[in-house]
Write a protein that binds this ligand. Structure first.
Ligand code: G
Ligand code: G
Ligand code: MN
Ligand code: NA
Length: 256
């Protein structure tokens, strides 16, 4: 209804911006990189959560343009950081299944790499399991094309969706992101629901790097470290922040 027309205008009115949430190596707490997260500041609604407008943007087909803007903007900003701080960090960008099924998607990624002149190994695309609901073969081919550009692929919200272990082995996945709901369980007294250790082992058996998301306390952190989780992301270490705060964080934390 009304949100649709406002969403249409939001892009040209420059109402979208990006926040960046830091990710850290679990072992030494060094910064591994940042996840780019879109934000919409609407003059009508105020801040609108991506969970409310992304599905609408997908339905309207707007996600293709918006997603391209996020990718290009995040990579431009990241290249700026990389040149200044030279810490070999990584930028993770969420891509919607609708966006990836667009026949131009691989070319769009190529163009962004060319235009920003960034090292493809420093770009990670976060995909979700909904991508594999149908057309599995075509999807795997497309991911292999992305892989041939040397871009990293991360499976986001892992464990919540359509996950069949039989196809998981065939996916060119570099990173598994354990969904926050599993991390939430780690503070529960009932240890029977702690399957995170098993998820980490599974990921390592697939030669994937493991990122745990939504860490808010030291109980969760201790468990993850004891179970060899590679990277951590959560409010305990850093909330999504504006680019200025990212610069300040890197100024403060020189990698030496
Ligand atoms: O940052 P926050 O908790 O508000 O994000 C909520 C959800 O929105 C997350 O699941 C995230 O994957 C999704 N999201 C955030 N930014 C983007 C984006 O640029 N593109 C897509 N497709 N999803 C995003
Ligand atoms: O699904 P995706 O991984 O893209 O979602 C990222 C979202 O998770 C962001 O909206 C971010 O704000 C949120 N998030 C990240 N860390 C935490 C945390 O420690 N606690 C809570 N409540 N949300 C978090
Ligand atoms: Mn994500
Ligand atoms: Na997630």
């Amino acid at each position: 209804i009304q949100m649709e027309s406002l969403l249409l205008k939001a892009y040209e009115n420059k109402e979208f911006f990006i926040e960046y949430q830091p990710q850290f190596n679990a072992e030494d707490h060094r910064i591994r990189g940042f996840e780019a997260l879109i934000r919409w500041d609407s003059p009508h609604y105020g801040r609108v959560a991506p969970m409310s407008f992304i599905p609408l943007a997908e339905e309207m087909g707007l996600i293709i343009g918006i997603g391209q803007w996020v990718l290009l903007t995040a990579c431009h900003k990241f290249k700026e950081l990389d040149t200044r701080f030279d810490q070999n960090l990584c930028i993770s960008v969420n891509v919607s299944a609708v966006q990836m099924r667009d026949k131009n998607f691989v070319d769009i990624v190529k163009n962004v790499l060319d235009e920003t002149n960034m090292d493809p190994k420093q770009l990670e695309l976060e995909i979700t399991e909904s991508l594999f609901i149908d057309h599995i073969e075509e999807t795997i081919d497309m991911l292999n094309e992305i892989k041939s550009l040397n871009v990293r692929i991360s499976l986001d919200d892992f464990g919540t969706g359509f996950s069949s272990l039989s196809y998981l082995r065939r996916l060119p996945i570099d990173t598994l992101k354990i969904d926050k709901s599993f991390i939430d369980d780690l503070t529960d007294k009932d240890s029977s629901i702690r399957i995170v250790g098993d998820i980490i082992s599974l990921g390592h058996n697939l030669d994937a790097h493991i990122v745990a998301e939504g860490i808010e306390n030291s109980t969760q952190l201790d468990y993850l470290k004891n179970h060899n989780c590679d990277c951590i992301q959560g409010f305990m270490f850093g909330k999504p922040m504006c680019f200025k705060d990212v610069e300040a964080l890197l100024e403060k934390n020189p990698l030496k």
